[in-house]
Design a binder for this molecule. Structure first.
Ligand SMILES: [Zn+2]
Length: 304
């Protein structure tokens, strides 16, 4: 398969591959630049500047305090006015209830979930550096150029090895039903069949998540996730069934229903290289390196 390529529409510009020392220019005042990263696992690397930084989870390797501290200090050092971060299945103590009975599978000694959480989600992070942690609910935010964006985070993913924030197939519909219609959606895992192909050619994304999004009258403009590192990339996802807006009648007869084209920019923003793509000429690609760079998504403000 050829590598994913950049794409542009009238209201969006998406860059997957670029010179990190000279990233594409910000398109201007009525656009908002989202920088999408994920699965950084306590690695740090150069991130292009932008209006909003989105991190789709797996902040750490196993959620230890020292690992989380590396990530938080790195995120604090970045200049993005708004930063949204969510947890992933590797950020173990952040799933407090699960961690209580499963910590011994990963950690010699039990960590303090409160301490780990406070590292990520505290007043200092929410202060002048603009880190906003959205954990449990939908949220409105205003970025530096006054874009008002509705956003929802969802850190759960389908069961895999009994990690944090896993759900069983029978629990999936109820879990994903919590996701409302929003402009920007962050999940840790991908929807089924969307940038979700594993090294063993399995589509590991969640079928219930895909079904839930497909039933929305207005699916997200931008859906950012990670989790399946080897499927890093971005694409325009056109929903198969156009939504019937309404049908009505007047003196001349029935007015046909309106079909609204629906499309989502899907981004698998995983930065930690995995699989064959992790090596070039026998050399391991660093986290956030070629093929696994932060994805730049510029959205025209009027699109949201
Ligand atoms: Zn990961």
């Amino acid at each position: 398969m050829s590598p994913p390529e950049d794409f542009h529409t009238a209201s969006s510009k998406v860059y997957i591959s670029y010179d990190p020392a000279n990233p594409p220019a910000h398109p201007g005042g009525n656009w908002t630049r989202f920088i999408c990263i994920s699965d950084t696992h306590s690695h740090t690397f150069t991130v292009p500047s932008g209006d909003v930084l989105l991190h789709s989870g797996d902040l750490s390797r196993l959620g230890r305090e020292d690992e989380m501290r590396v990530t938080v200090e790195w995120l604090r050092s970045l200049e993005h006015p708004v930063k949204i971060i969510i947890a992933g299945n590797h950020d173990l103590p952040l799933h407090r209830e699960w961690y209580e009975h499963s910590y011994h599978r990963f950690h010699d000694t039990k960590r303090s979930p409160s301490e780990v959480r406070n590292l990520v989600d505290n007043k200092e992070n929410r202060g002048q550096k603009g880190v906003v942690c959205v954990w449990f609910s939908s949220k409105s935010l205003s970025s530096s150029n006054k874009l008002s964006t509705h956003l929802f985070n969802f850190k759960w993913q389908p069961y895999y090895g009994g990690w944090a924030f896993n759900y069983l197939p029978e629990e999936a519909p109820a879990r994903v039903a919590a996701i409302p219609e929003v402009d920007i959606l962050l999940t840790h895992g991908p929807p089924h069949n969307v940038l979700d192909t594993t090294l063993t050619k399995v589509h590991a994304g969640c079928p219930a998540l895909l079904a839930h999004l497909s039933e929305m009258k207005r699916p997200p403009l931008l859906h950012v996730f990670g989790h399946i590192h080897e499927a890093h990339g971005a694409m325009r996802y056109r929903w198969l069934q156009a939504k019937v807006e309404s049908s009505s009648s007047n003196a001349e007869g029935t007015i046909p229903p309106t079909f609204v084209p629906r499309e989502t920019i899907m981004v698998n923003a995983a930065n930690q290289p995995l699989g064959r793509q992790a090596f070039v000429g026998g050399q391991r690609i660093p986290c956030g390196g070629p093929g696994f760079q932060p994805v730049i998504v510029d959205l025209l403000d009027s699109a949201t």
